[in-house]
Design a protein around this ligand. Structure first.
Ligand SMILES: [Zn+2]
Length: 93
């Protein structure tokens, strides 16, 4: 698992690896769901590993860890939702 050099966008608390769940994983693309230990705000983090380094985009989400677990357990729903999350993150770029 790659390192997560991120702080909570809400309160600034540094994320720990234990706060992160991998939603999807490709060769150079990772989508993590993180829940802040301090303020409990959930975020989606899209990490892209490119030739010029690691690019990460963070977006606050309403989806809790339970929702993500559900998503991951249900492949047919998961694909659409992951794509939607990707697109939402892309807009921030
Ligand atoms: Zn926080």
């Amino acid at each position: 698992m790659i390192n997560i050099p991120q702080n909570c966008p809400e309160c600034g608390q540094m994320y720990r690896k234990a706060d992160a769940t991998i939603v999807s994983e490709n060769k150079n693309n990772f989508l993590f769901h993180l829940t802040c230990d301090k303020c409990q705000v959930s975020t989606l983090m899209h990490v892209q590993i490119g030739a010029r380094g690691i690019l990460s985009v963070v977006k606050i989400t309403d989806a809790g860890k339970k929702d993500i677990d559900k998503l991951r357990g249900n492949k047919s729903v998961s694909t659409d939702d992951v794509i939607e999350a990707y697109l939402a993150l892309k807009e921030l770029n």
